[in-house]
Write a protein that binds this ligand. Structure first.
Ligand code: PSV
Ligand code: MN
Ligand code: MN
Length: 388
């Protein structure tokens, strides 16, 4: 059985990045429900990310989305983050909310639009230089609504050319994480719909291009842990956007819909050495909290990832290997199920106490009075960027 203190040691080093956009008001195309105490700008979003880190101890960075988090001075934003106890993580360019992008961004048939989109990516790399961010998270809304609307292969060629320009601008320590999504907003064909397309582009580009797996971006029944194991083996798993889905890109709290799936994903990460801080696997949340309060939802989400990770670390790999080699299907499966069925909450409470934190971060947050404080201080919070 894995050693308890070794498991705690690994859990201490796992970092889970929060997304700035999860702190803003969000909703569906039907309604954005405004909440009180919502951050009014990028600085206050960073403050909220720092609050999540203060209560969990394992969320020391926050991803930004440009231009949702645009500021006049990124050095100031980075310094603000540092003062608050966090760093700025992945930079997410936005090439999906401008009229020019009606027919796509990097794949658009119009070279002028492609140049504009590439220019935005390059600006984002300039921002990374200033903030010290390692990862450029690339998600494209590019695609087709109707067969025949454009040439699928010409669009792949444009994509390849555009990504090449962006890739070549990356610094030594910087990476491009290429996210895929099987549908939406395009309904017939998406230009980066799956891990295979992303992987093919990453291989073409070079080692600094890695695949980003957003858990919400798969068709029902997709075996995500298989994709994770494969990409990890090939050294191309750049990281995750964690969230939960019931139907489509629901962006619900990670681990809420299917904690067993999250455990299976984290098990493949553990088996593949992906928890090693040098593995390059980034654990990021990408969620929208439409009806629940943002900060407690993010604290809960961080805890859900930790719980799945703790269970994955508790898998008795010796017993698993023995059962696998003996061809004992039931025993092998039971080893995994036993780890999943373990209540890891006492272990995590102990870990938090070791780290000088409250063992129950949600209760501690509620007791802290922080929610009332931001409700009183902040009036007119910003929308997350979606459907506002
Ligand atoms: C798209 O659905 C996505 O998952 C991409 O990561 C975007 O950058 C993010 O959502 C924005 O919310
Ligand atoms: Mn995502
Ligand atoms: Mn998404």
């Amino acid at each position: 059985m894995p050693d308890r203190s070794a498991v705690k040691g690994v859990l201490r080093t796992q970092h889970i990045e929060t997304p700035s956009w999860a702190f803003g008001n969000s909703g569906t195309r039907f309604k954005v429900f405004a909440q009180e105490g919502i951050p009014r700008d990028a600085f206050e979003k960073i403050d909220d990310a720092a609050t999540v880190h203060r209560f969990t101890g394992v969320a020391p960075s926050v991803a930004v989305h440009i231009p949702w988090d645009a500021v006049s001075d990124y050095a100031e934003l980075a310094q603000h983050a540092k003062n608050a106890g966090v760093t700025i993580g992945a930079v997410n360019p936005n090439v999906f909310q401008d009229d020019d992008y009606r027919l796509g961004s990097l794949c658009n048939p119009d070279p002028a639009v492609r140049r504009k989109a590439v220019g935005h990516f390059l600006e984002c790399i300039d921002i990374m230089d200033v903030t010290g961010s390692r990862d450029l998270s690339v998600w494209l809304a590019d695609g087709l609504n109707y067969p025949g609307q454009d040439s699928i292969s010409a669009r792949q060629e444009r994509l390849e050319e555009s990504l090449r320009v962006v890739y070549d601008r990356l610094g030594e320590q910087q990476r491009m994480l290429l996210e895929y999504k099987f549908f939406e907003p395009a309904f017939y064909a998406t230009d980066v719909p799956d891990w295979g397309t992303s992987y093919a582009h990453c291989l073409e580009l070079g080692p600094k291009a890695q695949v980003l797996v957003d858990t919400g971006h798969h068709a029902p029944g997709t075996n995500i842990e298989f994709i994770v194991a494969l990409l990890r083996r090939k050294g191309r798993l750049g990281g995750f956007h964690f969230n939960s889905r019931f139907y489509a890109d629901d962006d619900l709290m990670v681990g809420a819909a299917d904690p067993y799936q999250l455990f299976r994903i984290m098990s493949e990460i553990v088996f593949g050495g992906g928890l090693d801080p040098n593995s390059g696997v980034a654990f990021m949340l990408d969620q929208c909290h439409n009806i629940e309060p943002k900060i407690p939802a993010l604290i809960r989400s961080v805890m859900n990832v930790q719980e799945a990770t703790a269970k994955a670390l508790l898998v008795d790999t010796d017993a698993l290997r023995t059962a696998q080699q003996a061809g004992d299907v039931l025993d092998a499966n039971a080893v995994l199920v036993d780890a999943f069925a373990t209540d890891v909450r006492p272990l995590l409470a102990e870990l938090r106490e070791d780290m000088g934190l409250d063992p129950d971060p949600i209760a501690a947050y509620h007791r802290s009075g922080h929610a009332a404080k931001i409700r009183a201080e902040r009036v007119g919070g910003a929308a997350a960027g979606w459907g506002a």
